[in-house]
Design a protein around this ligand. Sequence first.
Ligand SMILES: [Zn+2]
Length: 646
Amino acid sequence: MFRFSLLLAVTSMLSVGSCHAGAGKSDLGVQTLYYGGDIVTMEGDEPTYVEAVMQRDGRIIYVGPRASAVNNFAGETIEVDLQGKTLMPGFIEPHAHPVSIGAFILANDIVAPHEWRMPHKTYPGVSGKENYLKAVKAIIDSKKDKRQTVLIWGYHKSWHGELTLEDLDRVSGDVPTIIWQRSTHEIYLNTACAKKYGVRKGDLSKEDDEQADWENLHFWERAYQIVKGTKLAPFFGDRKMLQRGMDRISAVMQYNGITAMMEPGFPTSTFEDEYQVLRQGTEKARAYTIYLISGFPEQFVKKFSNDQYAAHIDALSKKYDTEYIKFLPRQYKTFADGAIYSLALQLREPFYNCRECRSEWIIPPKEGEAIFDYWWDKGYKIHIHITGDKAFETYLDIVERAMKRNPRKDHRTTFHHVGLFDGEQAQRAADLGIEISANPYYLWALANKYSKTGLGPERAANMVALQEFSKRGVPVSLHSDFAMAPADPLLLVWVASNRIIDDGRVMKPEERISVYDAMKGITITAARTFEMAHEIGSIKVGKQANFTILEQNPFKVDRSRIKDIPVLGIVYKGEMKLNGQRKVGGDRDEFGCIASAGYRWCDRTGQCERPWPLAKRKGFENTPEAFEAWCDNVRVRKKEPRPGNH
Ligand SMILES: [Zn+2]
């Protein structure tokens, strides 16, 4: 019988005790028992702790006192002593764009108002027009192949001034260049880029031309979606580039403890390209599940009728689901107003101190209501991108009319982002059974700037005032909409429960939500947002054995320190993957494996392994190369506490 205790001698962070072999019934399989730290289930209305949790074959099979676990389960038990660390349900990102936005940004370049820390690189924040153009020029000058298209994400006029075609041509010359606005709802092309991809006046319908400024090759909202999905599709569908970005996304996810992510509105450019990149990326990482919801813009770019598109959604799961990718049937994503990072949100009162600010509808209300009504009547769960208070009001009215016309119970229509709203609107949302998935990072990143331009001090202080929902019992999940915020769930919890902004001020502390509600927002309520709470989101028998292991317990540290809690690793479907350096000592190697006894670290199983028996069990050749390849050993560095401004 294998001594699993030895196999799992992992470091100073976590150690594994003895192995319980029940009556030699090893054919019953191997289970893992976690104990010895705070295990928070996220079931119920307050933090609930259990002594031990056990998993087998990727499912939670036991939650309760350690003694009963040890006595009641036959077979081999690997024991993982948490040594005082905290085990939580695996974090969930309920709204992000791993390929269509995330992989692009991570595979290309960033010049943005705030600093971005990624496992592969840190990009400093840049302010002022001159500094912005200088940074863009430095990136373009650094490229060896001048024919390759350069994409730089992060431009924002409030920080970087107006960007003209003349400015851009001056710093980019003949290198085809795409400036992707911070919101990813706008692009600016240089002349060389328009020429390369044949983007020219007359490409857009008269209506879509209203969201284009041809003089500056600037496209926003619907016009942007169309240019991106058609003429620029060869660039936005470059799989090699996307794959590079996807590998970085996988590293970011593990680094920040994310074991599941939902992308609404998949795909945003071409289905096959985005799907293949996701498929390769998830199969390589084997560390998280991606859930996908269809809708706008795909339906409109491809000009599917509603009935055609419904049939398309129905067929996806069967055709495309994998171990790590799940298409969600009977859900639909649609859009209301323009992006908050573009200051294009629909407001009830005029913009403050901003003559050039323009509200936009991505889908105008009349058309939006027809779309909403179709999916409502089909019984779908509808997700709506809403940023401004006027768009919020418009969709409250639309839901109210739909309820009167064709009442539905438990429809769970979910408003996503919700930059601005008030208590009265929150009450109407509660009364109508509407749920919320919010991006609290808007407050941190934008309140200071928008108090001077765009929203004014009062509305800026009121951004993402989530307590209005929490106190009325409306479920609230927290998302990054990556890359509208770093894909870092603890950072989102920190903003929502502190309301601290980028200059260190606290905005309307009465609108902070409790740490427990915020933590639910990245676990059980996040799962609820896309109807997967029966599978993931809490520690409960029958659910997937997905956990996030933290250095400290978020409920026991000062709430102002939550964003700095190091994520030590994750368990995904029963397999542990640790971040960072493993302690060297005695005859152990850097991963804590006893090399003299023939053990080596394996990322895939999350433990020290003896290559020979593993090769035999898993059917690969007994060579060091085959071992490394099967184990897919990737090193993820340990999370360092971030400075106070991030
Ligand atoms: Zn989004």
